[in-house]
Structure formats: structure tokens, C-alpha cells
Design a protein around this ligand. Sequence first.
Ligand code: NAD
Ligand code: DAU
Length: 343
Amino acid sequence: MLKLLVTGGAGFIGSNFVRFVLERSQDCHVINLDKLTYAGNLENLAGLENDPRHEFIQGDICNESVMRESLQKGVDAVINFAAESHVDRSILHSSEFVQTNIVGTLNLLELCRKNRIRRFIQISTDEVYGSLGSSGAFTEQSTIAPNSPYAASKASADLLVRSYCHTHGFPGIITRCSNNYGPYQFPEKLIPLLISNALSGIPLPIYGDGLNVRDWIHVRDHCAAIETVLHHGKNGEVYNVGARQELPNLEVARRILRALNKDESLITYVEDRPGHDRRYAIDSSKMETQLNWRARISFDAGLQETIQWYRSNTAWIEHVRSGAYMTYYDRMYGRRSQTLSER
Ligand code: NAD
Ligand code: DAU
């Protein structure tokens, strides 16, 4: 039985990963620890409440005693998804990003080292490499040059993981993935925001000239990459993860509107993001040649599926917009979810 501690497993990618591993293996137990910030949504885990292979703990990765207690449950591997993840929020308020993304990761590293955890995966991002010109792609050797406070906090965490591997022989691995899309993504991020606005017939905000380029990967392909790294990755290594599906934001908006049969006049240009990175593109040859992983879902197929998911889950969108998702446990069980220390 493989026992995983997944942090941030009530967020977008974390919840998809929890579902992914439990679907693929009966022989797996997931301890899912999440602080439940605004981005943590227990509705993302609906259906797992009575699955004995899934245990949810409301907790903060910065909290030493909660994390120590969680790690002492016989954990084989830790996968750290927990983070403040939205660039725009990091521009307005950076301190939460430093706290969770850097201090929280350091707390995890130290406790994992002391508890002799055999595998630690840090879920990082291509944003640590900064911005590209019109050609080329980030490799694992690209210079770390973060441009937003979010990216700087993720880069700092990566450097801490690297230092623990180098200094302590710590079994850490870093993955750096490009922009994810798919079900359960909080509609502050581009694709779910555009889909949910288009469904409601309200304007689609496009920053600047709309020609900033992102490299899109379906979240299920990302989950498969993480599972591959979990089983076959080499300690101390960095692995880039991407699907070679670059698109300007404007084109993404147009495809969503076309798929929903809505008019392009809904596109509204708004003020640009300060310091807006122009282009990301990720070279995932290392994952492909060394670990035999590759992305399988084309952007068009993945986008259709994602649009269909948001169309069929209007209650999920409504609960996120109204804030009702924050009381999911109360409504389901008539009580609040407990923190470890309250048990
Ligand atoms: P998200 O914002 O949807 O989820 C983050 C989760 O972490 C939430 O459930 C939140 O409650 C939890 N969390 C926040 N602070 C915490 C703390 N102190 N302790 C415990 N839990 C806490 O983010 P996401 O998009 O799912 O991203 C997950 C990870 O993947 C992040 O580390 C992010 O940097 C990385 N990443 C994201 C993308 C992307 O496109 N979304 C791409 C590459 C890498
Ligand atoms: O590259 C990986 C990163 O992708 C992750 O590390 C981050 O956690 C994740 O949030 C994402 O960062 P981006 O800043 O690229 O994603 P976001 O969805 O916020 O924006 C995507 C692009 O769309 C970006 O060029 C900004 C633009 N945008 C975004 C929003 C929210 C708009 O034009 N309008 C918008 O309303």
C-alpha cells in the first residue's frame, strides 16, 4: 500500500491528482492536507467523502505540529501542491505568497528530512524561468529569472528544495509545468473565467493586446506526469512538463466563444497586468526521453471537454461565485471540518 501525503489537494490540480491516483490504483492511500484558503474547495473532492482510501485534514503547511503529526502517519511520499497560485493576487498582496510558498515549503522540507520521507515532489511552475521572446522554449537548464512575486516565491521554494538535495542528500524532485486547464479550476484563471463569463453572456476581459502567449496542458496530462515522476523520477532532478500547445490569449478567447456559439463582441480589452510575461513555452524532452511520459490530450479536445464540464457543473460555478462552496462540509455533515489539532 502506497501512502501519499498530498498538500493543497482541495485546489485545482491537487484535487485532480487525488482523483487521478485513486482511480488508477486500489492500493493507494491519500492523506489530503489543505488549509482551505479561498482557492481550496471541498466540492472538488465530492464523492470521495466515504472512500476509506482518502483522508482529508484541514491544515496549514506552515504549521509545524500539524505537519509533523501528518507525516508520522506512515507516509511514503509527499507531493506539495499547496501554494498561493494566482499572479494577479501576488501583485496586490505578496506576503501570503512568501509565507505559504517559501516558509511553508521550508517547513515541509525540514520535517520530511527529519522523518526520513523517501520521496518529496515539489510542484513548481515554468514561471520561475521568466519570459521568452518570440522563439525558443524553457529547458531545465534555462536561467531562473522570475518576474512576478508569485514566480519569485516559487523560484525561492525550488532553490530551497535544491539546497536540501545538495546539502542533506534529501530525496527531492522538482516538476515545472506550463499553464494547466481542465475541470475544477477556480474562475480567476484565464480559461475558466472566459468560459464562465461566456456562459453568462458577460464580457471576457483580455489584458493588454491579447497577444501574450501561454503553453497549455490539460490537467490530466500534468497528473500523469507527476505520477510518472513519483514512480520513476530521479532524486535531485528537475523535470519540465508541457504539451507544446502555445496560443495567444486572444485566440483562446475566440475558440471558447466559437465553441459556445457566442459573439466575439464579448471580448473586452482591459488594462494590462503589471510586468506581464509575454510568452511561455516549455520543452519537456527530458520527461519524454528519460521517463517515457508525453502529453496525450490535444488542446482542442481538452478545451471541448473542459467547456462541457463547466456547462454541466453550473452549480459548482455558482457556489464558487457566491462563496457557498466554503460551507460545503457544514451542509453535507452539519459540522465544520476539523483541523488535526482539534481531533
Ligand atoms: P490552487 O490555487 O487551485 O490550489 C492551491 C491549494 O493550496 C488550495 O486548495 C489552497 O487551499 C491550498 N493552500 C494554500 N495555502 C496553503 C497552506 N498554507 N497550507 C495548506 N494548503 C494551502 O492552485 P493550482 O492551480 O491547483 O496549483 C497547484 C500547484 O501547482 C501550485 O503549487 C502552483 O504553483 C503549481 N502550478 C500551477 C499551474 C497552473 O496552471 N495552475 C501550473 C504549474 C504549476
Ligand atoms: O505557467 C504556469 C502558471 O500559469 C502557474 O504557475 C500559475 O499558478 C497559473 O496561475 C498560471 O499563471 P498565468 O498568469 O499564466 O495564468 P492566468 O490564468 O492568470 O493568465 C493566463 C494569461 O491570460 C496571462 O497572459 C494573463 C491573461 N489574462 C488573465 C486573466 C485572469 C487575461 O488576459 N485576462 C484575465 O482576466
